[in-house]
Design a protein around this ligand. Structure first.
Ligand code: 5GP
Length: 216
């Protein structure tokens, strides 16, 4: 159970950010983890190869296909999907442990994974889709990352339109014109969702105590 800043217990939430690659989701996730307390990043397992600068166990758990299949078979993944011919999945245990310890969990996963989380825990999932302001902007960002070859970038551009077709399944849509602005919007969503009445299971007790004090 999470205790909010105001001392009322609430259920932890699963905060999902999705977007086509290059729309700024990784930067927004990093800023959220750095600047919001009580939020833990879910580190996915993937079969894709490591990019320069990535760290195993921090950005992803890099595993081979056999290990991934084994994890899926053993029920160790909360959800999984194939994206760009690679497998990606969310290890179940760290998420359950974080929620049990009163932390919210942040997911950078695609629409397929988001659908699976929603099916499992609709009331606890808050989903945000990040859109780029334009195709030109998206391409610029993919090139400026300089991590992928031109061929991979072309592939990602053509996948972007397909990924974006799922925008309407999300609770919130943020257009990333400016990273500070988009961060402020995503932060506001998380702050507001943390205050949702249904999640604040400690409210009944809090109000009862307040009433007792008033009636004394
Ligand atoms: P990238 O290879 O650029 O790191 O990620 C490619 C896509 O896979 C991104 O859209 C990202 O959100 C998605 N992804 C990363 N981890 C997971 C995961 O655990 N599950 C699912 N369903 N998608 C993931």
């Amino acid at each position: 159970m999470a205790e909010s800043f105001d001392g009322v217990d609430r259920r932890g939430l699963m905060f999902v950010l999705s977007s086509p690659s290059g729309a700024g989701k990784t930067t927004l996730s990093r800023l959220l983890i750095e600047r919001m307390g009580g939020l833990k990043m879910s580190v996915s397992a993937t079969t894709r190869s490591m990019r320069p600068g990535e760290v195993d166990g921090r950005d992803y758990f890099f595993v081979d296909k056999a290990k991934f299949e084994e994890m899926a078979k053993q029920g160790e993944l909360l959800e999984w999907a194939t994206v760009f011919d690679n497998r990606y999945g969310t290890p179940r245990r760290p998420v359950e442990e974080a929620l049990a310890a009163g932390q919210d969990v942040l997911f950078d996963i695609d629409w397929q994974g988001t659908q699976q989380l929603r099916e499992k825990a609709r009331a606890d999932v808050v989903s945000v889709f990040i859109l780029p302001p334009s195709a030109v902007d998206l391409e610029k960002r993919l090139h400026s990352r300089a991590q992928d070859s031109d061929e991979i970038i072309r592939g990602r551009m053509s996948r972007a339109s397909h990924e974006m077709s799922h925008w309407a399944e999300y609770d919130y849509i943020v257009i990333n014109y400016d990273v500070d602005e988009a961060f402020a919007e995503v932060q506001s969503i998380l702050k507001a969702e943390r205050l949702k009445r249904e999640r604040r299971v400690g409210l009944t007790g809090f109000v009862r105590k307040l009433q007792q004090q008033l009636e004394q």
